[in-house]
Design a protein around this ligand. Sequence first.
Ligand SMILES: NC(=O)c1ccc[n+]([C@@H]2O[C@H](COP(=O)([O-])OP(=O)(O)OC[C@H]3O[C@@H](n4cnc5c(N)ncnc54)[C@H](OP(=O)(O)O)[C@@H]3O)[C@@H](O)[C@H]2O)c1
Length: 211
Amino acid sequence: MTTIGIIGAGNIGQAVAEAVIARGHDVVIANSRGPETLGDLVARLGDRATAGTIEQAAGAGELVLLAIPLAKETELEPSLFAGKIVIDADNYYPQRDGDIADLADGTETSAGRLQAMLPDARVVKAFNHIMARQIVTDATASGTPGRRALAVFGDDEDARGVVAALIDEVGFDVVDGGALAESWRIQVGQPGYVTQDTAAELRAHLAEATR
Ligand SMILES: NC(=O)c1ccc[n+]([C@@H]2O[C@H](COP(=O)([O-])OP(=O)(O)OC[C@H]3O[C@@H](n4cnc5c(N)ncnc54)[C@H](OP(=O)(O)O)[C@@H]3O)[C@@H](O)[C@H]2O)c1
């Protein structure tokens, strides 16, 4: 059992919270408006969930899930994430996030951009290419035929391994995609984005991606 910080209490934050709580973990979950606005959510999530400030969620344990609109990432205080493994579920949608030149022209990955913002964290791209509810509804036990797979990308191999173990525990096979510089392969619009792939299918989709 571990405690996982969750920043962003919307679709993805809630689904990951539900999934990890079901595996016996605790969560500290935060949004932008403060813990007093999360009473109904933590009541629904049960005793393993606590509403916190962003500082409390970031400080709760080694793992912090980030699940906020990408444009809001600039509001994060980098020092809160020093030494943490930050699971980056965020995606760049220009119509929502505005024109961010390096992302719009594809010269930077969204996860690489986040890693540069949080230099003392180890960023692992994960959970960005699955519809939120499917984190709960598509989960199956290890060894289940046709088990869905999710990808991890990150510059730190150990951090990728920690997140991969959590994903497997939650109910998905894992495809290790390597460094953050390769994570464009799982961004919005690529073949593996929100498709319900097995590990073999996801590997093929990552290989077929075009920049
Ligand atoms: N929805 C999906 O199926 C899905 C799938 C994969 C990836 N994603 C990506 O995951 C991210 C979150 O998506 P979502 O659908 O979960 O969004 P959402 O339902 O709109 O929830 C966003 C959450 O982020 C919080 N937030 C906003 N700004 C913040 C800040 N500066 N600090 C802390 N918390 C902040 C919001 O809190 P307040 O309400 O208090 O402002 C809210 O709890 C996005 O980047 C999205 O592209 C979504």
